[in-house]
Ligand binder design. Structure first.
Ligand SMILES: Cc1cc2nc3c(=O)[nH]c(=O)nc-3n(C[C@H](O)[C@H](O)[C@H](O)COP(=O)(O)OP(=O)(O)OC[C@H]3O[C@@H](n4cnc5c(N)ncnc54)[C@H](O)[C@@H]3O)c2cc1C
Length: 352
């Protein structure tokens, strides 16, 4: 008998499973990896200050302390590299941006995350200068998941199959699936949550996104550049450029329109020549109020949701995994904004 059966081995399911194993819990993961699941496509950026108005992320202090402790510790544990702390240069597009930043950089809560000086760079088109954001970086999610999955294979706790909801039997204290018996079932099934018979009532707001891999010639930076799009260093001349947001496309397919949008914006940001060498698309498991969906099913208390991280899976995974484990073991509450109970209490979740 396992403590937990986890459906999904993307960044949420895998981080949660690893943390459970660390705490001596037994888990079985069922996952069908694919090249266009959200975790395979994502750029892996973490950034504490986002948006036009330079808003400090929800729970920034907790999320960023946890991720800056966890990912480097995992690199040491597995003797490899996948986390790259890069500052972000947020290019001002208008004088309104500059004014917003001037207001924010005086506030104490922002001091830790934003630089005090306006920065200029010769190779960027940014006459108004840029703000430096500290605490940001990139997780190479592909590498991180490869390492974790290899570990799960050694521990014999992962199976690469499609989880068939029809074969599942749930009683008050046991989950039955094929030969697996578990105390509880956790769904970390990403954008497939909308097909999940337990949680398909949750108001997800899935968002299609595309990004490009490009070679930018004679352009070296060890910072993430952000101006409507992001440019993030990968290796040598290679950078990821993203992302688009499309609420109408339901399939993870690349489009000519997405490619044009990204190359067009890139030309407005860098002065150097570039060539496209990769094009990817995925569906972000986003929610209407931009907060995750965590917690127990209202009727089947041993069926649990863990998803809805939208475009912030990397920053949320370490801290939210700890919160969920504590909650499941009666050692803590979920933040009300993340608890799926909010859906019952407020059926018409407002867009943020
Ligand atoms: C273009 C794009 C750019 C992004 N950029 C960033 C970024 O820079 N930073 C960031 O933090 N986030 C980014 N994201 C968002 C990020 O990818 C997600 O928040 C995160 O990956 C969600 O992880 P997950 O584990 O919940 O879901 P997923 O990564 O989708 O993993 C779910 C897993 O469950 C499996 N699964 C589902 N149902 C079943 C079943 N029935 N049987 C077996 N397996 C099943 C799937 O196959 C998959 O392997 C981006 C997303 C996109 C699309």
């Amino acid at each position: 008998m396992q403590d937990y059966l986890i459906v999904g081995g993307g960044i949420l399911g895998s981080t949660l499973a690893y943390k459970m194993l660390e705490r001596g819990l037994s888990v079985k993961i069922i996952d069908r990896p694919s090249s266009n699941i959200s975790s395979s496509v994502a750029a892996g950026i973490v950034n504490p200050v986002t948006g036009k108005r330079f808003v400090l992320s929800w729970m920034a202090e907790e999320l960023f302390s946890a991720l800056h402790e966890f990912y480097p510790r995992m690199e040491t544990r597995f003797n490899t590299s996948f986390f790259y702390p890069y500052d972000t240069l947020k290019l001002f597009e208008t004088t309104f941006d500059q004014n917003e930043w001037l207001k924010k950089n005086k506030q104490e809560s922002y001091q830790k995350y934003i630089g005090q000086e306006v920065v200029f760079s010769e190779k960027l088109i940014n006459p108004l200068g840029a703000l430096k954001i500290k605490g940001s970086g990139r997780l190479d999610i592909g590498n991180y998941l490869t390492v974790l999955h290899q570990y799960f294979e050694q521990m014999e706790c992962i199976r690469y199959n499609w989880f068939d909801h029809g074969k599942l039997k749930v009683t008050n204290d046991t989950i039955y699936y094929d030969d697996i018996r578990a105390g509880a079932l956790i769904y970390a099934d990403g954008a497939q949550a909308s097909d999940n018979p337990f949680f398909n009532n949750l108001p997800y707001n899935m968002v299609h996104g595309e990004l490009l891999k490009v070679k930018i010639h004679d352009f070296y930076t060890d910072r993430i550049i952000n101006k409507g799009i992001f440019i993030v260093p990968v290796s040598g001349e290679e950078y990821l450029v993203g992302s688009t947001y499309n609420w109408d496309l339901k399939e993870a397919v690349t489009t000519g329109e997405g490619r044009e949008k990204l190359t067009g914006k890139l030309k407005e940001v860098v002065k150097c020549d570039f060539e496209v060498c990769g094009h990817y698309a995925g569906i972000r498991p986003s929610t209407k109020d931009r907060r995750p969906f965590m917690g127990r099913h209202s009727e089947h208390k041993n069926v649990i949701s863990f998803g809805g991280t939208g475009s912030k899976g990397v920053s949320m995974a370490p801290f939210m995994s700890d919160l969920l484990i504590n909650y499941l073991h009666n050692k803590g509450e979920l933040p009300p904004e993340a608890d799926i109970c909010r859906v019952k209490n407020n059926v018409n979740l407002k867009d943020k």
